[in-house]
Structure formats: C-alpha cells, structure tokens
Write a protein that binds this ligand. Structure first.
Ligand code: GRG
Length: 311
C-alpha cells in the first residue's frame, strides 16, 4: 500500500474507534459528570490510536467483524489513556504538557487526574466483560482476553515496566534493563492488542504465534523509534518540546548504545516483523504497512541526521 492509502486506512480506523469510545462513556449520567469530563479529557482528541488500530488490523486480518473487535479496541485505548494520565503526574514523569495541551492534572487537579486514570482502567474491564459481549463471543474466550489484558496492564507489563523505569531514573543502566522496561512499559499493551484481535477472530495457534512474534518485535521497535525521534540519545528525557523544564535522566535505547546502534536495531526489528508476516501474503498488508510506517520513519529521520554528522 502507498503512504496515502495507509493514511486513509488509519484515519478510517481512528474514526470508528473514536465513535465507539464516545458511545462507551455515554452510559453514565448524573453526578459522575466531573470525573467523566476528566476521563474524556484523557481520551479525546487522543493520539495516534495505534494500539486499538493494531487490534482491529489483527482481528480483521483473520476475518473478525469490526463490531466484535471495537469494545476490546476501546478497552486497550482506555488503559493507554490511563497510563498516560498517571505517567504525567508530578509523582511520576511530572509533565505539564501532553500532545501539546496541558496534562490532565494541570486542568483538573491531581486528585481528579488520579481518579480519571483509575476510572479508565476500571472501565476498560467493565466494557469487555458486559452482557452484550457475551451475546456474541463465548465466555471462555472473553475470560482469556480479560486475563491477557490484565497481564499486560499489571506487574508483568505496564505497571512492572513503569516501576523499574522509575527505579532506574538518574542511574546508569545496562541494555538488558532498558529492554526489560521497554518490553513491559510499551511492548506489553501492543502485544496484547494484537493477540486479542487475532484470538477474537479465532486465529489458529501457529498464526497466533506469528502475530505474537510480530507484536514483540513491533513493541520494542515502537519505543526505540519513539526515543530515536525524540533525540533522547542526545538530550535528557523531558527536555523535549513537550515539557521543557524537567531534568531527569531516563533509560533509553539510544542513550545506552548510541544512535547509530539504535537505528541498526530498528532495521533488524523491521526485517523480523516482515519475516513473521511473510506467510500471510496480502492479508498481512495492513500490519506490514503499520510496522514500516513506525520503524522506517525513525530510521529515515535519524539515518539522515547521522549521515550528515558523519560526512
Ligand atoms: C500504576 C500509578 C500507576 C501508574 C502507572 C503504567 C503507567 C502508569 C505508565 C506506563 C506508561 C507509559 C507512559 C508508557 C509509555 C509508552 C508510550 C510509548 C507512550 C506513548 O504512546 P503513543 O506514542 O502516544 O502511542 P499517543 O499520544 O499516540 O497516544
């Protein structure tokens, strides 16, 4: 697919996800309006929506209907939104800006931001365990999906990765620790999204294994690409355009192995993603194009900068 076809595809999926997210919070009324406003602030306008898009792409690739996938896609995005709200709090990354706008605690106060994150995390599981889901999917499958998602969100995933990240601040860490953090803090939810989509579609065990491998490579590549694009190998985390005043040293791939090695690792991960998708031929095209878009953008950007500095 061309870049413009991919852009259209991503936009179409984003529109479907946004609509489903809107509807999922409409069920609450009355006194909960203040907390709902803070939760919605974390969700809208949102970012790239890459995790729910990956869930839809993996599910549709194996023939699932979008309407069966959407609640799970929303749940994944709600967990992402919660993690961002909490990550921005003064006790964590202490950021004033997110996606160019004031962070949730700057607008609603720390208490309400904390609750908005708690609300989104809880709502994610409420949404995918409701009676409407059980009308279309077998309870055993739904239970497995809930188990996988909570695994990715918990100590084995987001929370565990974030904890080691917090402990590693301002310390010299090795590459193994950086990968440990990335795989959990960033990779786990990406992997879970892909696996959930494939399982809702009833993908065969071998196909699920390939998608999982692709997910592991993409999850790691996503964080390395993010750090490479942020130039975190050269500057202190938090010094970037978004926050402006924080001076904490963060464990990143480029800061440990250097930008050239980080870009090399991205190239390697890109090949590995392609290798896992090759057996699917044209059916795997959306996942292939998404990986290429994430990885190649960072390679091109930094590759150019590095070549210029060498020559
Ligand atoms: C348990 C109190 C408590 C907090 C936990 C789990 C957690 C907070 C934070 C995990 C955090 C985190 C921010 C991971 C970073 C992953 C990452 C690369 C985020 C940026 O993702 P994008 O680029 O963002 O998909 P957009 O803006 O597109 O949504």
């Amino acid at each position: 697919v061309t870049q413009s076809e991919l852009a259209d595809y991503l936009q179409m999926q984003r529109t479907a996800i946004d609509r489903a997210l809107e509807l999922s919070l409409k069920i609450y009324g009355g006194q909960a309006q203040a907390i709902l406003k803070a939760m919605r602030y974390g969700l809208f306008p949102g970012g790239k929506r890459i995790r729910p898009i990956l869930l839809l792409a993996a599910g549709e690739m194996f023939g699932a209907k979008q309407k069966d996938l959407l609640p799970f896609a929303c749940a994944v995005e709600m967990i992402h939104a919660y993690s961002i709200i909490h990550d921005d709090l003064p006790a964590m990354d202490d950021d004033d800006l997110r996606r160019g706008e004031p962070t949730a605690h700057k607008v609603f106060g720390e208490g309400m931001a904390l609750l908005a994150g708690d609300g989104l995390l809880t709502e994610a599981f409420h949404l995918i365990s409701g009676p409407e889901i059980l009308r279309t999917l077998p309870a055993e499958l739904v239970l497995r999906l809930i188990h996988e998602l909570s695994h990715a969100a918990g100590v084995a995933g987001l929370v565990g990765g974030q904890a080691v990240d917090l402990e590693s601040e301002n310390k010299d860490v090795d590459l193994a620790t950086v990968e440990y953090i990335h795989v959990r803090k960033t990779g786990a939810l990406i992997l879970a999204a892909l696996r959930m989509g494939a399982q809702i579609a009833g993908a065969k065990a071998g196909d699920l294994r390939s998608i999982s491998k692709y997910g592991e490579y993409l999850g790691l590549a996503f964080q390395i690409a993010d750090d490479v694009l942020d130039g975190l190998g050269e500057t202190l985390a938090g010094e970037g355009a978004e926050s402006g005043h924080k001076e904490r040293r963060k464990a990143t791939y480029p800061s440990v192995v250097g930008i050239v090695q980080a870009v090399e690792r991205l190239r390697e991960l890109s090949k590995l993603c392609d290798r896992e998708l090759a057996p699917f031929g044209g059916t795997g095209e959306s996942l292939r194009a998404i990986a290429e878009n994430i990885i190649t953008r960072a390679i091109q950007d930094k590759g150019r900068a590095t070549e210029e500095s060498i020559s």
